[in-house]
Design a protein around this ligand. Structure first.
Ligand code: FAD
Length: 406
């Protein structure tokens, strides 16, 4: 290769997953080089929810104070019926923080991305943009990646954090993204624009309705307001290619309550996100090439755990790297990679499988109509605000250790 010093690890993909993994490994003293295909690093200008199983890790990286300063600590998470606006259930997020030891927060994606990027720069990670990886191969004592321009680079290990359409995933499985036929519209606007709309400025609010839902929460210290509108596309169901267009957005929310109707005109109408996941995959490691984040486990976003799982992946791998590391000798990092990667693969896939499948069933529950909607509402209204039985396995620390398998 024509690169100066061989790094220990190459990371492909500079999203939240790739950056946080690069940070975790540089904090363990490894030399990491990260390649991103886009000409510049960045994220969509919308919001992201971060549950305690992520803020716990950000705290450990020394980043939580900055993330809290940039984001918002909402007071409640409230679920309402999208047709009649009645409250179905709520979570007290201050109590949740006491239970899990770390806060539930919401943040602008580009703010979190920037925090991770600056963290990587501080810890000496090498960050390269404008470089698209096209092939991966295992070589003696490591792995090699080749770029679209014909150059290549190699290291002891390559982490493929290259998202839903991962180029590395076919090394492990011959599968395709699963089309949910649902599409998401987003819109983040200055808070002044929604003040007249009766919004909760300090809460995360989720309206669930027939084949649609609508999410609202504040961002940037309450100066901005984030909205997400998700619905099932009739054109997708009919097999048409141009699905998810704004006319479908308006039709999907006909009949929903006033607060939802008032939010719709503020959605960005020039882009939308078609929602795909993949069937769970239990093998993420091929020799010295490992998948991470959406490349390994893209979920439907209903549990708000996609980015969170990606952050957990990097933390778990770095823990095992730390445990399997002898002194650096000559060119080598001193990491017992076979054991570290095997431990990563023993912990993470089972947890992420459960999240991907649970997210699908949450979607089914949220999107009910008719009698099933009424049954759902009765069950949710009966839930105790302080019942955490459906959250412990997600928000507690168990996803980080093999005990998650128990
Ligand atoms: P990506 O963000 O897809 O990053 C992959 C990166 O790799 C990109 O920068 C891409 O340019 C780069 N890349 C791809 N191919 C190549 C290549 N060949 N060579 C070089 N670089 C390449 N998650 C949460 O935790 N909380 C939420 O509240 C939440 N809300 C969501 C709301 C919506 C509407 C959606 C759609 C998703 C939501 N998610 C949420 C999910 C979350 O956004 C994703 O799971 C997460 O961003 C995945 O991160 P990643 O780094 O693994 O992948």
């Amino acid at each position: 290769t024509d690169t100066p010093r061989r790094p220990d690890v190459l990371v492909v993909g500079g999203g939240i997953g790739g950056l946080s993994a690069a940070l975790a490994l540089t904090l363990q003293g490894l030399r990491v080089r990260l390649y991103e295909q886009a000409p510049e690093f960045g994220e969509v200008g919308a919001g992201l929810q971060l549950a305690p199983n992520c803020t716990r890790i950000l705290h450990e990286y020394g980043l939580l104070d900055e993330v809290v300063r940039l984001g918002v600590l909402p007071e409640h998470m409230i679920m309402k019926d999208a047709l009649d606006a009645s409250e179905l259930t709520r979570v007290d997020l201050k109590d949740l923080e006491r239970r899990y030891g770390f806060p539930y927060l919401v943040i602008h994606r580009s703010d979190l991305h920037g925090v991770l990027l600056r963290g990587c720069e501080r810890t000496g990670g090498e960050l390269v943009t404008g470089t698209r990886c096209v092939t991966y191969e295992n070589i003696e004592g490591g792995a090699r990646v080749t770029f679209a321009d014909g150059r290549s680079d190699e290291a002891e290990v390559i982490l493929a954090a290259d998202g839903l359409h991962s180029v590395a995933r076919p090394l492990l499985v011959d599968d395709e993204p699963v089309n949910s036929a649902y599409v998401a519209y987003r819109g983040a606007v200055p808070i002044e624009q929604v003040r007249a709309n009766d919004v909760h400025e300090k809460d995360v609010v989720l309206y669930v309705g027939p084949h649609c839902h609508f999410v609202q929460y504040p961002l940037r210290g309450g100066r901005m307001f984030n909205q997400v509108a998700v619905f099932r596309s009739p054109k997708a169901l009919a097999g048409q290619d141009d699905w998810g267009t704004p006319d479908e957005l308006d039709r999907a929310f006909e009949g929903t309550c006033g607060p939802v109707q008032k939010g719709l005109p503020l959605m960005w109408r020039d882009r939308w996100w078609r929602m795909f996941d993949r069937e769970p995959l239990m093998k993420w490691v091929a020799g010295r090439i490992a998948l991470l984040g959406d490349a390994a486990h893209p979920p439907l976003q209903y549990m708000a755990q996609g980015a969170v799982m990606a952050v957990e992946d990097g933390w778990v791998l770095a823990q095992h790297v730390g445990a399997q590391r002898a002194k650096r000798s000559g060119q080598g990092s001193g990491v017992g990679w076979e054991t570290a990667l095997a431990a990563y693969e023993a912990v993470r896939p089972e947890h992420c499988r459960r999240v991907v499948l649970t997210a699908r069933s949450w979607g089914e529950l949220w999107h009910q109509s008719g009698t099933k909607r009424e049954q759902r509402n009765a069950v949710l209204r009966a839930r105790d605000t302080y019942d955490y039985s459906f959250m412990d396995w997600v928000y507690g620390p168990t996803a980080l250790t093999p005990s998650a398998l128990c």
